[in-house]
Design a protein around this ligand. Structure first.
Ligand code: SF4
Length: 164
């Protein structure tokens, strides 16, 4: 199955701080979770994608949060600069890739203002999570693409088995 995966989860140094969120190398994950992740990588066609870099933002970059979660969205970085267009462009490019390649499922990094599928930071830069979605996760979901995060690997495997 074709799966879009947040580049940072694959170990690419694309995060705002120039680091990655590698599942394989992160001590937060158990050995069995890492094994499961490696099985997912080996048994499927993986498309690595970082919406923020694809939307034209640099590595490293000033961290950003969604400060207005209804349309028209507003995303600002910690310096108060508007980066909404970069986030929207990254989301659109992710959707375009999914459409071009007929990708129906994505594994996206939790809590990110682009990739978060269940929770994101609340826009106050106070480390407060709220129930909401990042702009890429939201757009993909609106277009019937199933989204999982790194804490939902079992659910992703179940989805793959059911839909292969
Ligand atoms: S935008 Fe998504 S893929 Fe890129 S660094 Fe943030 S969480 Fe990772």
């Amino acid at each position: 199955m074709k799966i879009l995966i947040s580049s940072c989860l694959l170990g690419e140094d694309v995060r705002y701080d120039g680091n990655n969120s590698s599942i394989a190398l992160n001590s937060k994950f158990s050995f069995s979770q890492k094994e499961l992740f490696m099985d997912i990588l080996c048994d499927n066609d993986i498309y690595s994608f970082c919406p923020e870099v694809s939307g034209g933002l640099s590595i490293p970059r000033i961290p950003a949060e969604i400060v207005k979660r209804d349309k028209p969205f507003i995303v600002q970085n910690q310096n108060g600069e508007d980066v909404t267009i970069n986030f929207l462009l990254g989301a659109k490019k992710a959707l375009d890739l999914c459409k071009e390649e007929n990708i129906k499922v994505a594994l996206l990094k939790a809590n990110s203002p682009s990739c978060g599928n269940i929770k994101i930071y609340d826009g106050t830069f106070s480390n407060t999570l709220i129930d909401s979605q990042g702009l890429t996760a939201k757009l993909l979901k609106e277009n019937e693409i199933e989204i999982f995060n790194e804490d939902q690997l079992q659910e992703l495997v179940k989805y793959i088995k059911t839909n292969s």
